[in-house]
Ligand binder design. Structure first.
Ligand code: NAI
Length: 511
């Protein structure tokens, strides 16, 4: 196999010494290259290197790297006084202001200054690589090299090809990023690339649940973390990113896809932006960060009654680890082939959500007192689960279900009777968006998972996760969501439908 990676004798230039540029320069220097860092603002390059050095000092004091490594990285970071000092670079990575005209102008200057084979990489997160390269003499040399914040820590680099990007250039950037110990993924230049597009439902569905009063902020976050295994809840994350920034990305993706309802932004965000509640940076967003703020807390449903015995249908495959937990808690479990995909409690019926509300499913399937449970990343280990009950469901059923789940070590969070609850809804939509990205040839199936794990720390790639849940389940959930809302937002991707009708999971078929 040909190795395309730039060797360490090649000089890398980084332009823009802000949040991203300084981090990218550190990554390239740690990869063994001499790095020239240039910024239009006086003293910014030196300040960026100083900040990087301070960050490395902290790592030394925590024993994460040794002094020799710190010194080697710092010695390779050289501030450039003038843009002309970058002429001998093999690759330039720009991380300047997110403005198409300014970036184009910069690349025009670089094209004149640098060699014909210098790679012109951009860290843009939202602009088209094709548009940036338009009008240049060598558009084939222009490629997206999209790092995630903080660049030295986040593993992912999206390598984005525009219409004119030379395949060898993309391969060189991919292999160079890999040599820098990053997880590189090829993608075609389309709005949001992979991560910023596939992640939209993580925010969008959480916002919709809140908008409909399906659950409160703290409960949604608690369930997404505790049951879904995500490191942060959607509202904590939006507050950290900045509600204005997250809202702007949502709007730009929505507009770029010609108002596809899949990406519809939320009024809840707009209202907070209008009101100056921007998240952590302004002291208040979905949460209040003031010293005297009373914290928002999720409250588990009290476990009032624990059943001694339950009956389960033999086809509850995905819930098997949960049922085993019930058994270990001393509850008598009997398999009953007369039951259809449900767990029978003494007072009512419990089932995994299939995307219908409990009320609708109870009506259609002729079940009184139906209680639904949400998806968990790992039913064997989760300590949290969302539950919902049909309208008119006897409160005793909820109490009993909460008691059963508590006996197995899970806190249950009762939410409104909403289609697909919380984690099933988010994960189904993430999987659907992932399928769509692959369907449109933007990247490979495996690439989506690498991107979502490395770019936003998802606990499991949506593709692999969908396979584990079963694509027929995801497909059913989406169809039910689409019926519930009568909206194209939830239309299943053709790629997903094809896999379901072929009876094949995503991953086994692609190899
Ligand atoms: P920043 O505002 O922290 O830094 C930008 C730096 O570029 C400033 O120091 C500024 O003086 C300099 N600059 C502006 N115009 C310049 C020019 N014409 N020539 C030379 N230097 C110039 O911005 P940040 O956050 O580092 O973003 C940079 C780029 O990275 C943008 O394209 C952004 O969309 C992208 N990006 C940002 C991420 C983030 O989380 N902040 C994540 C991934 C990509």
């Amino acid at each position: 196999m040909t190795i395309h990676a730039l060797t360490t004798d090649k000089i890398i230039a980084v332009i823009g010494a802000g949040t991203m540029g300084a981090g990218i320069a550190q990554v390239a220097a740690a990869g063994g290259h001499t790095v020239r860092l240039y910024d239009a603002a006086d003293g910014a390059a030196a300040a960026g290197i100083k900040k990087t050095t301070e960050g490395l000092d902290k790592l030394v004091s925590r024993g994460r790297i040794d002094v020799a490594d710190r010194d080697a990285i710092v010695t390779r970071l050289i501030p450039a006084e003038r843009i002309e000092d970058l002429a001998d670079s093999a690759m330039v990575i720009e991380a300047i202001v997110e403005n198409l005209d300014v970036k184009r102008q910069l690349f025009q200057t670089l094209e004149q200054l640098c060699g014909d084979d210098t790679i012109l990489a951009t860290n843009t997160s939202s602009l088209s690589i094709t548009a940036i390269a338009t009008g240049l003499k060598r558009p084939g040399q222009v490629v997206g090299m999209h790092f995630f914040n903080p660049a030295p820590i986040m593993k992912l680099v999206e390598v984005i090809s525009g219409l004119e990007t030379d395949a060898t250039v993309a391969a060189q950037v991919f292999d160079t990023a890999t040599r820098w110990r990053k997880h590189a993924v090829h993608a075609r230049s389309t709005p949001g690339f992979i991560v910023n597009r596939v992640a939209r439902p993580f925010y969008g569905e959480a916002l919709r649940l809140l908008e409909e009063n399906a659950a409160d902020i703290a409960t949604i976050d608690q369930v997404v973390k505790g049951a879904g295994g995500f490191r942060m809840g959607p509202f904590e994350l939006i507050d950290l990113i900045g509600i204005d920034v997250n809202y702007a990305v949502s709007c730009s993706v929505f507009e770029a896809y010609y108002n596809d309802p899949r990406y519809l932004p939320s009024l809840l965000q707009k209202e907070r932006v209008d009101g100056g509640r921007l998240g952590r940076k302004s002291g208040r967003g979905f949460y209040d960060y003031g010293d005297d703020a009373s914290p928002l807390e999720a409250r588990a449903h009290p476990a009032m009654a624990t059943p001694n015995a339950i009956r389960v249908s033999p086809d509850c495959a995905i819930l098997k680890p949960l049922i085993e937990r019930f058994q270990r808690a001393g509850i008598e479990v009997t398999s009953d082939s007369k039951l259809d995909d449900v767990i029978q409690l003494p007072t009512g019926t419990m089932a995994l959500t299939d995307g219908r509300t409990a009320t609708r499913r109870g009506f259609e399937d002729g079940i009184d007192n139906l209680l639904l449970i949400d998806l968990c990343l790992d039913y064997a280990a989760s300590d949290t689960i969302a539950i919902s009950a049909s309208l008119g469901c006897d409160p005793q059923v909820t109490d009993e279900a909460a008691g059963l789940l508590k006996a197995a070590g899970l806190g249950s969070y009762l939410i409104a009777d909403t289609p697909a609850l919380i984690v099933m809804r988010l994960v189904s939509m993430l999987a659907n968006e992932s399928a769509e990205v692959v369907h449109q040839g933007i990247c490979e199936l495996e690439g989506v998972d690498i991107a979502m794990r490395g770019g936003v720390n998802y606990p499991r790639g949506p593709i692999e996760w969908a396979d584990a849940i079963g694509l027929d389940t995801i497909y059913t959930v989406l169809n039910h969501l689409q019926q519930s809302y009568g909206s194209d937002r939830y239309r299943p991707s053709l790629k997903l439908a094809q896999q379901v009708y072929a009876g094949k999971p995503f991953l086994a078929t692609e190899n």
